[in-house]
Write a protein that binds this ligand. Structure first.
Ligand code: C2E
Ligand code: MG
Ligand code: MG
Ligand code: MG
Length: 291
């Protein structure tokens, strides 16, 4: 966005409005072009077992890769795509890409046990989703048990029978459901009771608070994480911590009983090429360590 400083409040306000409208228009055009020219990519970030650091899965994160302008992150895209109704088509592209990537990784490393977590907006839960997903999984020889549907409270808060029916179908089909950004919404705990949630993703703000400069904040965030972990485990859910950037955070979260984690400490989200290189280097390092 072009940010200009005005001489008075009014001018800033006006320019701001124009800029926002202009930026929005450009993003809308990028989305349309991206769908037409196939610029949408699914980048991957590994999710690791906090006990031994081994990769247990990958989260697919959408990127719009404009050939001239570069990358557009989901924060810039999703709201607009939801408003203009393109989110469904974008989601399908990302889903197709991501499942293809999981198949590629499995083919190369010969394992079939890592999972793929995919983020879904409320508006993506169309009645046709389970069928489309099933067809993709069949095409790529991926078991439905390897797919995790990441939703936020926003999806459940809709209280839309169609959404619930689709979630139930996906769950019966074998896919797991993760509650993303857990602890940031309004009534998270009741959702654990009412929906087939398998995985709880503790929001990255909790991880960040573990490294706060204030001892009180650090102590309280440890208690909150421990509480979320205890309740989640009692409900039969696996717990994942987001946003791990330091070894200290990793060790603390492990001690607090959190099962899995993801964050820049382990790896940033990478395009498939970068991810394959990383996995190859890792397996070479492991091979030479055991020789
Ligand atoms: P999320 O699902 O909670 O994803 C985690 C976000 O945290 C990602 O941002 C990721 O790049 C970032 N992250 C990972 N590790 C770290 C870390 O150690 N430190 C920090 N500061 N950040 C970290 P990203 O890729 O910009 O995605 C933002 C949000 O956009 C996602 O939050 C998700 O809600 C949404 N999103 C991403 N891809 C899709 C998609 O394909 N469909 C839909 N509907 N939403 C998506
Ligand atoms: Mg997510
Ligand atoms: Mg999250
Ligand atoms: Mg988030």
């Amino acid at each position: 966005a072009r940010k200009r400083d005005g001489k008075n409040g009014l001018r800033i306000f006006d320019t701001g409005m124009l800029d926002a409208a202009r930026e929005r228009h450009e993003i809308e055009q990028c989305i349309e072009a991206g769908l037409k020219e196939d610029w949408f990519e699914a980048w991957l970030q590994p999710i690791v077992n906090l006990g031994d650091g081994q990769i247990v899965g990958f989260e697919a994160l959408m990127r719009l890769n404009h050939p001239e302008r570069g990358l557009l992150a989901p924060g810039k895209i999703i709201n607009i795509a939801e408003e203009t109704g393109t989110i469904g088509r974008i989601g399908e592209r990302v889903l197709e890409r991501a499942i293809g990537h999981l198949a590629t990784i499995s083919r190369l490393d010969g394992t079939q046990d890592t999972y793929l977590a995919i983020n879904f907006s409320p508006l993506q839960f169309e009645l046709t989703l389970p069928h489309k997903l099933a067809a993709l999984l069949l095409k790529h020889h991926i078991a439905p048990q390897r797919i995790v549907i990441e939703i936020t409270e926003a999806v459940l808060m809709l209280d839309n029978p169609e959404v619930h029916a689709v979630l139930k179908q996906l769950n019966e089909f074998g896919c797991r459901i993760a509650l993303d950004d857990f602890g940031t919404g309004y009534s998270s705990l009741s959702y654990l009771n009412r929906f087939p949630v398998d995985i709880v993703k503790v929001d990255q703000s909790f991880t960040r608070s573990l490294s706060s400069s204030a001892a009180d904040v650090r102590r309280k965030s440890r208690m909150l994480i421990k509480g979320i972990r205890t309740i989640s485990h009692q409900m039969g859910c696996t717990v994942v911590a987001e946003g791990i950037e330091s070894k200290e955070q990793w060790q603390l979260l492990r001690k607090l009983g959190v099962d899995y984690g993801q964050g820049y400490l382990f790896s940033r989200p990478l395009p498939i090429g970068g991810m394959l290189t990383m996995l190859e280097n890792e397996s070479e390092a492991k091979a030479s360590a055991s020789n």
